[in-house]
Design a protein around this ligand. Structure first.
Ligand code: NAI
Ligand code: 15L
Length: 273
């Protein structure tokens, strides 16, 4: 039996969806330390299973495949789905029908907790000069943000009705480094992503909690005080990248909605017909 991680967190079997994606590839290596078996799923290729891994491909819109995916799982980190703005139909299948299948399967198999990769685009139509928290009304900035809003509402319903707990992570921008001025506020390092996911899996009681995923950036638009019970303590900051980002992008067009609103470029995408 592998040793328990210093956090004390250890699952028998953890499911990671979206495991072939950008964040999935990061968490694939990191989450192994917290479980005996990491079950990996995606529609994209995942390569061979390493020690302690199981590969189980599934399209989220395939209810039977998702039901099988949840068999004998203790907890889920749900990253799978379309991760950018685009036409409604594919988002409907992957993100809306898909998350319904995931929660139904979790309910039937008695899974206790899901960590759901929601997005800052649930509140993308707040202005960049506002500081908001997760108790404020949703203001999705497109079909993608709407699909994540649906996911959060679904999570709330499954907690209220069935006691299935979720932490919805309104992730900002999790990339190796901030790419532009907006990301100086929204950036979250991969190490902080791991801290956030581990805190979400290990907090004793979460009900349905909503928390923004960002590092300890000096400039910030999101106040996580209502989610203090998760115990997330970011250790990185975008500040180390500020000088190089500002040199690359010395001026901002304040007339551009992408500069005015928190959702950035997502707020101007579409229509798609
Ligand atoms: P990604 O696009 O790299 O990964 C998503 C994965 O989901 C892909 O491997 C894709 O093949 C899989 N997928 C798509 N449709 C599927 C379907 N119908 N059935 C099964 N799998 C499907 O995205 P990334 O950056 O890794 O993000 C992971 C999650 O975090 C996504 O849900 C995204 O919306 C969310 N997120 C990510 C942010 C970031 O900064 N990277 C910011 C906010 C939210
Ligand atoms: C997201 O929700 C996307 O998944 C990611 O690719 C980034 O665009 C991020 O938001 C962001 O807002 O920077």
């Amino acid at each position: 039996m592998p040793a328990t991680h210093p956090t004390g967190l250890r699952f028998r079997r953890l499911l990671l969806t979206g495991a072939a994606g950008g964040l999935g590839r990061e968490l694939r290596t990191r989450l192994k330390a917290y479980c005996d078996t990491l079950r990996l799923s995606d529609v994209a290729p995942l390569g061979p299973a390493a020690a302690g891994e199981e590969i189980q491909p599934a399209a989220l819109q395939d209810g039977a495949a998702v039901h099988a995916l949840l068999h004998d799982v203790d907890a889920v980190v749900h990253l799978g789905g379309i991760s950018v703005e685009g036409p409604f139909e594919p988002i409907l299948q992957a993100n809306i029908v898909g998350i319904y299948h995931l929660y139904e399967a979790a309910r039937k198999h008695g899974v206790r907790r899901i960590v759901f990769a929601s997005s800052n685009h649930v509140t993308g139509f707040y202005r960049q000069d506002e500081v908001i928290d997760a108790r404020m009304p949703m203001r999705p900035d497109g079909y993608y943000g709407l699909s994540k809003a649906f996911g959060e509402n679904l999570a709330q319903f499954y907690f209220d009705r069935y006691g299935l707990e979720t932490v919805s992570l309104r992730i900002g921008s999790s990339f190796p480094e901030p790419k532009d001025r907006r990301m100086l506020a929204t950036w979250m390092s991969f190490d902080d992503l791991e801290r956030l996911v581990v805190a979400s899996l290990s907090a004793p009681v979460v009900g349905h909690s909503v928390i923004y995923g960002l590092s300890d950036n000096t400039v910030r638009w999101w106040d996580n005080t209502p989610a203090a019970h998760i115990g997330y303590r970011p250790r990185d900051s975008s500040d180390a990248f500020r000088a190089q980002v500002e040199a690359r992008q010395p001026t901002l067009d304040h007339g551009n909605p992408a500069t005015r609103y928190q959702g950035g470029g997502f707020v101007t995408q579409g229509p798609f017909d």
